[in-house]
Design a protein around this ligand. Structure first.
Ligand SMILES: C[S@@+](CC[C@H](N)C(=O)[O-])C[C@H]1O[C@@H](n2cnc3c(N)ncnc32)[C@H](O)[C@@H]1O
Length: 221
Protein backbone atom coordinates (compact mmCIF):
# COMPACT_ATOMS: atom_id res chain seq x y z
CA UNK A 1 0.00 0.00 0.00
CA UNK A 2 1.33 3.45 -0.94
CA UNK A 3 0.18 6.08 1.58
CA UNK A 4 -1.97 8.89 0.17
CA UNK A 5 0.09 11.59 1.84
CA UNK A 6 3.65 12.41 0.77
CA UNK A 7 6.30 10.51 2.76
CA UNK A 8 7.45 13.72 4.44
CA UNK A 9 3.98 14.32 5.91
CA UNK A 10 3.55 10.67 6.89
CA UNK A 11 6.89 10.82 8.71
CA UNK A 12 5.87 14.08 10.38
CA UNK A 13 2.57 12.61 11.59
CA UNK A 14 4.30 9.42 12.77
CA UNK A 15 6.78 11.48 14.79
CA UNK A 16 3.90 13.20 16.61
CA UNK A 17 2.39 9.92 17.81
CA UNK A 18 2.71 9.24 21.53
CA UNK A 19 4.41 6.03 22.65
CA UNK A 20 2.29 2.90 22.36
CA UNK A 21 2.09 -0.09 24.70
CA UNK A 22 4.80 -2.71 24.15
CA UNK A 23 2.31 -5.29 22.81
CA UNK A 24 1.20 -2.83 20.07
CA UNK A 25 4.81 -2.14 19.11
CA UNK A 26 5.40 -5.90 18.99
CA UNK A 27 2.35 -6.42 16.75
CA UNK A 28 3.57 -3.67 14.41
CA UNK A 29 7.01 -5.29 14.23
CA UNK A 30 5.41 -8.68 13.56
CA UNK A 31 3.32 -7.18 10.72
CA UNK A 32 6.46 -5.75 9.11
CA UNK A 33 8.29 -9.07 9.51
CA UNK A 34 5.38 -10.96 7.91
CA UNK A 35 4.61 -8.24 5.31
CA UNK A 36 1.05 -8.31 6.67
CA UNK A 37 -1.11 -5.20 6.09
CA UNK A 38 -2.37 -3.74 9.37
CA UNK A 39 -4.09 -0.42 9.83
CA UNK A 40 -1.06 1.17 11.52
CA UNK A 41 -0.90 3.62 14.42
CA UNK A 42 -2.24 6.79 12.74
CA UNK A 43 -5.45 5.21 11.47
CA UNK A 44 -5.54 3.06 14.61
CA UNK A 45 -5.68 6.16 16.81
CA UNK A 46 -8.48 7.48 14.64
CA UNK A 47 -10.43 4.24 15.21
CA UNK A 48 -9.83 4.55 18.95
CA UNK A 49 -11.08 8.11 18.94
CA UNK A 50 -14.20 7.24 16.96
CA UNK A 51 -14.87 4.39 19.39
CA UNK A 52 -14.34 6.68 22.39
CA UNK A 53 -16.88 9.16 21.01
CA UNK A 54 -19.36 6.51 19.89
CA UNK A 55 -19.14 4.48 23.14
CA UNK A 56 -20.28 1.26 21.42
CA UNK A 57 -21.53 -1.62 23.52
CA UNK A 58 -21.20 -4.02 20.57
CA UNK A 59 -18.61 -3.86 17.76
CA UNK A 60 -18.38 -6.14 14.71
CA UNK A 61 -15.04 -6.28 12.93
CA UNK A 62 -14.81 -7.68 9.39
CA UNK A 63 -11.28 -8.89 8.56
CA UNK A 64 -9.49 -8.82 11.92
CA UNK A 65 -6.16 -10.31 10.90
CA UNK A 66 -4.21 -11.03 14.08
CA UNK A 67 -6.09 -8.46 16.16
CA UNK A 68 -4.18 -5.18 15.82
CA UNK A 69 -7.11 -2.99 14.75
CA UNK A 70 -9.29 -4.64 17.42
CA UNK A 71 -6.74 -3.47 20.01
CA UNK A 72 -7.27 0.13 18.90
CA UNK A 73 -11.06 -0.18 18.90
CA UNK A 74 -11.00 -1.57 22.44
CA UNK A 75 -8.47 1.07 23.50
CA UNK A 76 -11.14 3.67 22.65
CA UNK A 77 -14.07 1.68 24.04
CA UNK A 78 -12.63 -0.52 26.80
CA UNK A 79 -16.04 -1.73 28.01
CA UNK A 80 -17.20 -2.83 24.56
CA UNK A 81 -17.59 -6.40 23.34
CA UNK A 82 -16.14 -7.04 19.88
CA UNK A 83 -16.93 -9.81 17.42
CA UNK A 84 -13.75 -10.31 15.38
CA UNK A 85 -13.83 -12.26 12.11
CA UNK A 86 -11.28 -13.66 9.72
CA UNK A 87 -11.22 -16.48 7.18
CA UNK A 88 -7.89 -17.71 8.57
CA UNK A 89 -7.70 -20.07 11.55
CA UNK A 90 -4.03 -19.14 11.89
CA UNK A 91 -4.89 -15.43 12.26
CA UNK A 92 -7.47 -16.33 14.91
CA UNK A 93 -4.84 -18.29 16.89
CA UNK A 94 -2.39 -15.41 16.68
CA UNK A 95 -5.10 -12.93 17.71
CA UNK A 96 -5.90 -15.00 20.80
CA UNK A 97 -2.23 -14.92 21.82
CA UNK A 98 -1.77 -11.17 21.20
CA UNK A 99 -5.08 -10.07 22.69
CA UNK A 100 -4.52 -12.26 25.75
CA UNK A 101 -1.15 -10.55 26.19
CA UNK A 102 -2.92 -7.21 25.83
CA UNK A 103 -5.35 -8.26 28.59
CA UNK A 104 -8.46 -7.75 26.44
CA UNK A 105 -9.28 -11.25 25.17
CA UNK A 106 -12.30 -11.50 27.48
CA UNK A 107 -13.91 -8.72 25.42
CA UNK A 108 -13.46 -10.65 22.17
CA UNK A 109 -15.48 -13.30 20.38
CA UNK A 110 -13.29 -14.39 17.42
CA UNK A 111 -15.22 -16.18 14.66
CA UNK A 112 -13.42 -17.91 11.79
CA UNK A 113 -15.28 -17.66 8.47
CA UNK A 114 -16.52 -15.21 5.88
CA UNK A 115 -17.27 -11.94 7.67
CA UNK A 116 -20.26 -11.16 5.45
CA UNK A 117 -21.87 -14.54 6.12
CA UNK A 118 -21.21 -14.21 9.84
CA UNK A 119 -22.73 -10.72 9.94
CA UNK A 120 -25.69 -11.87 7.83
CA UNK A 121 -26.31 -14.77 10.25
CA UNK A 122 -26.07 -12.49 13.28
CA UNK A 123 -29.36 -11.28 14.68
CA UNK A 124 -27.74 -8.53 16.70
CA UNK A 125 -27.46 -4.82 16.04
CA UNK A 126 -24.02 -3.27 16.33
CA UNK A 127 -23.05 0.25 17.36
CA UNK A 128 -19.87 0.19 15.31
CA UNK A 129 -18.81 -2.00 12.37
CA UNK A 130 -15.23 -1.84 11.17
CA UNK A 131 -14.52 -3.31 7.72
CA UNK A 132 -11.19 -4.38 6.22
CA UNK A 133 -12.09 -7.47 4.12
CA UNK A 134 -11.13 -8.21 0.52
CA UNK A 135 -12.03 -5.11 -1.45
CA UNK A 136 -14.23 -6.85 -4.05
CA UNK A 137 -16.81 -7.37 -1.29
CA UNK A 138 -17.04 -3.71 -0.24
CA UNK A 139 -20.39 -2.84 -1.93
CA UNK A 140 -22.03 -5.88 -0.30
CA UNK A 141 -20.43 -4.94 3.03
CA UNK A 142 -22.05 -1.50 2.82
CA UNK A 143 -25.57 -2.79 2.17
CA UNK A 144 -25.34 -5.54 4.75
CA UNK A 145 -23.78 -3.35 7.42
CA UNK A 146 -26.59 -0.80 7.20
CA UNK A 147 -29.02 -3.61 7.97
CA UNK A 148 -27.02 -4.59 11.04
CA UNK A 149 -26.11 -1.14 12.42
CA UNK A 150 -28.07 0.26 15.31
CA UNK A 151 -29.57 3.72 14.65
CA UNK A 152 -26.77 6.24 15.08
CA UNK A 153 -24.24 3.45 14.50
CA UNK A 154 -20.97 3.89 12.63
CA UNK A 155 -19.55 1.92 9.72
CA UNK A 156 -15.83 2.52 9.15
CA UNK A 157 -13.98 0.99 6.20
CA UNK A 158 -10.26 1.02 5.54
CA UNK A 159 -8.56 1.52 2.14
CA UNK A 160 -11.30 3.61 0.50
CA UNK A 161 -8.66 5.65 -1.39
CA UNK A 162 -6.76 2.49 -2.40
CA UNK A 163 -3.36 4.16 -2.82
CA UNK A 164 -5.01 6.78 -5.05
CA UNK A 165 -6.12 4.23 -7.66
CA UNK A 166 -9.79 5.22 -7.16
CA UNK A 167 -8.96 8.56 -8.82
CA UNK A 168 -7.06 7.08 -11.75
CA UNK A 169 -9.49 6.46 -14.64
CA UNK A 170 -7.09 4.07 -16.32
CA UNK A 171 -7.38 1.60 -13.41
CA UNK A 172 -10.31 -0.74 -14.00
CA UNK A 173 -9.59 -3.85 -11.90
CA UNK A 174 -12.34 -5.45 -9.82
CA UNK A 175 -11.05 -4.32 -6.42
CA UNK A 176 -10.74 -0.68 -7.49
CA UNK A 177 -14.16 -0.66 -9.14
CA UNK A 178 -15.67 -2.20 -5.99
CA UNK A 179 -14.16 0.51 -3.79
CA UNK A 180 -15.42 3.20 -6.18
CA UNK A 181 -18.90 1.65 -5.93
CA UNK A 182 -18.59 1.61 -2.12
CA UNK A 183 -17.60 5.29 -2.08
CA UNK A 184 -20.57 6.21 -4.28
CA UNK A 185 -22.89 4.29 -1.94
CA UNK A 186 -21.48 6.23 1.01
CA UNK A 187 -22.57 9.51 -0.55
CA UNK A 188 -25.81 8.56 -2.35
CA UNK A 189 -27.60 6.23 0.07
CA UNK A 190 -30.49 7.87 1.92
CA UNK A 191 -30.43 7.78 5.69
CA UNK A 192 -26.67 7.98 6.14
CA UNK A 193 -24.02 10.66 6.50
CA UNK A 194 -20.51 9.89 5.30
CA UNK A 195 -17.04 11.38 5.21
CA UNK A 196 -13.73 10.12 3.83
CA UNK A 197 -10.76 10.79 6.08
CA UNK A 198 -7.58 10.80 3.95
CA UNK A 199 -5.13 9.41 6.48
CA UNK A 200 -2.99 6.42 5.52
CA UNK A 201 -5.04 4.68 2.76
CA UNK A 202 -8.30 6.54 3.43
CA UNK A 203 -10.98 5.69 5.99
CA UNK A 204 -14.64 5.82 4.98
CA UNK A 205 -16.85 6.77 7.92
CA UNK A 206 -20.61 6.38 7.58
CA UNK A 207 -23.13 7.15 10.30
CA UNK A 208 -26.59 5.66 10.16
CA UNK A 209 -28.84 8.57 11.04
CA UNK A 210 -31.48 8.01 13.67
CA UNK A 211 -35.07 8.39 12.61
CA UNK A 212 -34.50 7.63 8.93
CA UNK A 213 -35.71 4.52 7.17
CA UNK A 214 -33.01 3.15 4.89
CA UNK A 215 -33.44 0.69 2.05
CA UNK A 216 -32.90 -2.98 2.73
CA UNK A 217 -34.44 -4.20 5.97
CA UNK A 218 -37.18 -1.58 6.17
CA UNK A 219 -36.59 -0.98 9.85
CA UNK A 220 -37.91 2.34 11.04
CA UNK A 221 -36.44 3.70 14.24
C1 LIG B 1 -5.81 -6.04 5.86
S1 LIG B 1 -5.94 -7.48 6.77
C2 LIG B 1 -6.67 -7.01 8.28
C3 LIG B 1 -5.86 -6.24 9.19
C4 LIG B 1 -6.53 -5.82 10.47
N1 LIG B 1 -7.84 -5.20 10.24
C5 LIG B 1 -5.63 -4.82 11.17
O1 LIG B 1 -5.57 -3.67 10.72
O2 LIG B 1 -5.00 -5.23 12.14
C6 LIG B 1 -7.36 -8.20 6.03
C7 LIG B 1 -7.80 -9.49 6.71
O3 LIG B 1 -9.11 -9.78 6.28
C8 LIG B 1 -9.23 -11.17 6.09
N2 LIG B 1 -10.34 -11.31 5.14
C9 LIG B 1 -10.39 -10.95 3.83
N3 LIG B 1 -11.61 -11.17 3.32
C10 LIG B 1 -12.36 -11.67 4.34
C11 LIG B 1 -13.71 -12.08 4.47
N4 LIG B 1 -14.56 -12.02 3.44
N5 LIG B 1 -14.13 -12.51 5.67
C12 LIG B 1 -13.30 -12.57 6.74
N6 LIG B 1 -12.02 -12.20 6.68
C13 LIG B 1 -11.56 -11.75 5.50
C14 LIG B 1 -7.87 -11.63 5.61
O4 LIG B 1 -7.64 -12.98 5.94
C15 LIG B 1 -6.93 -10.70 6.36
O5 LIG B 1 -6.50 -11.27 7.56
Amino acid sequence: MDPILPDSLTDYLDALLPERPAYMRAMEAYAVEQSFPIIGPQAGRYLAQMAAIQKPARIFEMGSGFGYSACWLLAGAPDAHIVCTDTSEDHADKARDWLTEAGIWEHVDFCVGDALELLRESEERFDLIYNDVDKEAYPDVFTLSLERLAPGGLLISDNVLWSGRVADDTVRDEATEAIRAYNRLMFTTPGVESVIVPIRDGLGVTRRIQGVVHGGDGCAQ
